[in-house]
Design a protein around this ligand. Structure first.
Ligand SMILES: Nc1ncnc2c1ncn2[C@@H]1O[C@H](COP(=O)(O)OP(=O)(O)OP(=O)(O)O)[C@@H](O)[C@H]1O
Ligand SMILES: [Mg+2]
Length: 594
C-alpha cells in the first residue's frame, strides 16, 4: 500500500497523461477479457460439436474464436505501444522534474554528494520508476482483472468450482510472505552495491590519468573486486529467493489443478457436468491462481521499484532554497535597470553543516572599484565569492549587492548582472562558439569572435579547421588549461556584467598572456565592480582596495601601501610573491598556495 501512495504522489509530480493511459489500459484489459473467452468457446466446441454432433456450429464457434483472437492481438499491440510511449515519456519527464529540483537545492548539497548520487537518481531510479508505473502496475491490474473474470466464469460453470478457487486465493497470497523479507534485503543491498560500483567506475574513468601515472591498475581492480564479490552474493541470493517464491506458487497451482481434476472427473462420471465444462474449468482455475503467482514473481520488481520511488520522493522532498534564492521573481519588485553594483557585507558568517567557513567578514566595495582578495590557501576567498553569488547560506550578518540584500535577489536578475570565472573551468559539450555564447545567449558570431580575440584565443581558433564552430568533446579536453581559462573569461566578459567575480582567473597563463587578458578585463569592467582573487602582485597593487583573509576572516584591508605599512601577513605574502616573480617563476607556488 505504501508503494501505491508513493505511486500516486509521484505520478502527480509528473505529467500523468491520463487520457492516453486510459486508452492504453482499456485496450489492454479488453484484449485480456477477450482472450479469457477462449476456454469457454472450447467447452462449447467439445460439448455442442464433438459430443452433441452439431456440425452447423463448427464455423460460428471457430470463427468467433479467431475473430476474438485477432481483435485481442490488435488491442494488445496498440496497448503495449501506448505504454512504451508513456514509459519513455515518464522517464524523461521525471528527469526534467529531478533536474529542476537539482537547480533549486543549495549548491553545496550538490557538491557534497557529487555526480554519482544524481546520476543514479536520473538514470536507474527514473527508468525503474517509469517501468513500475507503465509496465508493472498495468501488469498487476491486468492480473487482478484476469483473476476476477476467470472467477466469474468458474461460478457460471459451477458454484462449487468457484468456491474452490476462492479458497485457494488466500493460500496463494500468503506464499510470498515466506520470501518477502530476504528478497527485500537482497534488493536493497544490490541497489546500494550498484551505486557504490557506479561511483567507483565513474572515478576510474575520471581518474584515468592518475591511475596510469601512479600505476594504480592493481589497486583499482582490487577495490572493484571487493565490491563485485558482495554484489555476486547478493545477486545469487535475490535470484534464488525469487525462484523459490515463484516455484512454490507453481507447485500450489499444480496441486489445485490435480484437486480440480479429481473432483471434476467424479462430477463428469456421475453426469453432473459435461466434459467440455471440465476442460474449460481447468484453464479458468489456473487463470484465477496464476495471477497471484504472477504477482509473486513481480514482488522483486515491486520492491526494487519501491526503493527507487522512495529515493526519488525523498530527493524531491528535500527543501529547496527560498523562492528568491532559487530564482523566482514572485512577489519581488521589478529589478532596477542595469548599473554598476556596489557590495557591502557586515559581520557575515557563512556556515555549512555545522562548520563555520566565514567569520564576521565585513567588506565594502564601492561601485566601479576593483577589490582584490588575498590570503593563504583555504583562507576563504572562494567561499566568499560563492556567498556573493548566493550559493552559500548566510548564517548571520548582512550581505548586500546594489541596494538589495542577497536573499532578495532573484536568481535570474543575479545571473543577468553578475559574471564569474571560477578556479575550475567548466566547458559544456558543444562548439567553442556555443560555449562562449552561454554568457550571452543572443551573442552574434562577431561578438564571440571579439571576446575570443580579447582573451588572446584568436590565433588558436583561426588555426582550427572549423574555427569557432569546432566541437568541444568532454569538457574541452583538447584545450590546454590556459586556453580553457581564457574560454571561461570570454564567456564572463561577453555579458558585460555589472559585477565580475574572478577567482584566480589567470593561474594557468604565462606572464605575457596574463597581462593581455587582465588589461582586457580592466577595459571591459571600467566603471563597473570587480572582485578578484589573484597571486599577481601587479594586479593586487593596482586594486582600489585589498582584503587580506586568514582562516575565514578579513584580517585587514586597504591599499597596497597602507597594508605594506601595517599588515604583517600581507607583507609576508607580498614579499614571497615578489620573490617568485623576480625569480621569473610564473607557475608553481602562488601567493595563495603558501
Ligand atoms: N561546503 C563546505 N563545507 C565545509 N567546509 C568547506 C566547504 N567549502 C569550503 N570549506 C572549507 O572552508 C575553507 C575555505 O575554503 P575556500 O575554498 O574558500 O578557500 P580559498 O581561500 O579559496 O583557498 P584556495 O586559495 O586554495 O582556493 C577551507 O578550509 C575549506 O576546506
Ligand atoms: Mg579558492
Amino acid at each position: 500500500m505504501k508503494s501505491i501512495r508513493m505511486y500516486v504522489r509521484l505520478i502527480r509530480r509528473i505529467r500523468p497523461r491520463w487520457r492516453t493511459a486510459s486508452v492504453g489500459l482499456l485496450l489492454t484489459l479488453t484484449s485480456l477479457v477477450l482472450n479469457l473467452c477462449q476456454p469457454y468457446l472450447v467447452s462449447r466446441f467439445i460439448d455442442e460439436v464433438l459430443i452433441g454432433r452439431n456440425a452447423r456450429l463448427v464455423v460460428p464457434i471457430l470463427g468467433a474464436s479467431l475473430g476474438l483472437a485477432a481483435v485481442a492481438a490488435l488491442g494488445t499491440v496498440i496497448g503495449f505501444t501506448i505504454f512504451r510511449f508513456l514509459e519513455a515519456r515518464h522517464t524523461l519527464d521525471m528527469r526534467t522534474t529531478i533536474l529542476r529540483h537539482i537547480r533549486r537545492i543549495p549548491l553545496p548539497e550538490i557538491e557534497k554528494h557529487g555526480a554519482g548520487k544524481y546520476m543514479a537518481l536520473l538514470g536507474m531510479d527514473t527508468t525503474t520508476t517509469a517501468r513500475f508505473i507503465n509496465v508493472i502496475m498495468i501488469e498487476l491490474i491486468s492480473l487482478w482483472l484476469q483473476m476476477l473474470v476467470a472467477l466469474a466464469f468458474l461460478f457460471t460453470i459451477d458454484w462449487r468450482l468457484g468456491l474452490m478457487a476462492v479458497a485457494g486465493i488466500p493460500i496463494m497470497m500468503s506464499l510470498p510472505r515466506l520470501y518477502r523479507r530476504p528478497i527485500r534485503a537482497a534488493v536493497g543491498g544490490l541497489r546500494s552495491h550498484n551505486e557504490q560500483i557506479g561511483s567507483s567506475l565513474y572515478e576510474s574513468i575520471q581518474g584515468s590519468r592518475e591511475i596510469r601515472a601512479y600505476g594504480l591498475e592493481g589497486w583499482e581492480e582490487e577495490r572493484n573486486e571487493a565490491m563485485y564479490e558482495g554484489l555476486v552474493k547478493l545477486s545469487v541470493r535475490e535470484g534464488l529467493f525469487r525462484q523459490l517464491s515463484g516455484q512454490t506458487g507453481t507447485l500450489a497451482v499444480a496441486l489445485a489443478t490435480v484437486l480440480l481434476y479429481g473432483f471434476g472427473s467424479g462430477q463428469v462420471l456421475s453426469g453432473a457436468f459435461s466434459v467440455g465444462l471440465l476442460v474449460a474449468a481447468v484453464p479458468y482455475l489456473q487463470s484465477v491462481l496464476n495471477p497471484i503467482q504472477g504477482m509473486n514473481y513481480l514482488i522483486g520488481d515491486l520492491i526494487g521499484s519501491e526503493v527507487a520511488m522512495g529515493r526519488i520522493e525523498a530527493f524531491l522532498s528535500t527543501p529547496a532554497e527560498s523562492a528568491a534564492e532559487a530564482g523566482d521573481d514572485v512577489g519581488l519588485e521589478p529589478f532596477p535597470a542595469r548599473r554598476p553594483l556596489d557590495l557591502t557585507c557586515k559581520d557575515l558568517v557563512v556556515a555549512y553543516e555545522g562548520t563555520t567557513i566565514l567569520r564576521q567578514v565585513s567588506v565594502d566595495v564601492r561601485e566601479g572599484q576593483v577589490a582584490a582578495f588575498v590570503g593563504r590557501s583555504g583562507s576563504g576567498k572562494s567561499t566568499f565569492f560563492k556567498a556573493v553569488q548566493g550559493f552559500m547560506p548566510v548564517a548571520s550578518g548582512m550581505l548586500r549587492i546594489g541596494e538589495r540584500p542577497i536573499r532578495d535577489w532573484p536568481r535570474s536578475a543575479l545571473s543577468r548582472s553578475v559574471s564569474f570565472v571560477s578556479q575550475e573551468t567548466f566547458l559544456f559539450r558543444g562548439t567553442l562558439f556555443e560555449n562562449v555564447a552561454l554568457g550571452k545567449r543572443d551573442a552574434s558570431e562577431e561578438e564571440v569572435c571579439r571576446a575570443l580575440r580579447e582573451v588572446g584565443l584568436q590565433a588558436y581558433v583561426d588555426a582550427l579547421p572549423a574555427g569557432i564552430h569546432t566541437q568541444l568533446d568532454n569538457q574541452g579536453f583538447q584545450l590546454s588549461g590556459g586556453q580553457r581559462q581564457r574560454m571561461a573569461i570570454a564567456r564572463a566578459i561577453i555579458k558585460q556584467p555589472d559585477l565580475l567575480i574572478l577567482d584566480e582567473p589567470t593561474s594557468s597563463l604565462d606572464r605575457h598572456t596574463e597581462e593581455q587578458v587582465l588589461s582586457t578585463i580592466q577595459q571591459v569592467m571600467r566603471g563597473k565592480t570587480t572582485l578578484i582573487s589573484t597571486h599577481r602582485m601587479e594586479t593586487i597593487r593596482a586594486a582600489d582596495v585589498i582584503y587580506v583573509m586568514e582562516q575565514g576572516r578579513v584580517v585587514d584591508s586597504g591599499t597596497h601601501d597602507e597594508l605594506m605599512d601595517r599588515c604583517a601577513l600581507y607583507v609576508e605574502l607580498a614579499k614571497r610573491e615578489e620573490r617568485h616573480e623576480r625569480d621569473g617563476r610564473t607557475g608553481g607556488e602562488r601567493l595563495e598556495a603558501m
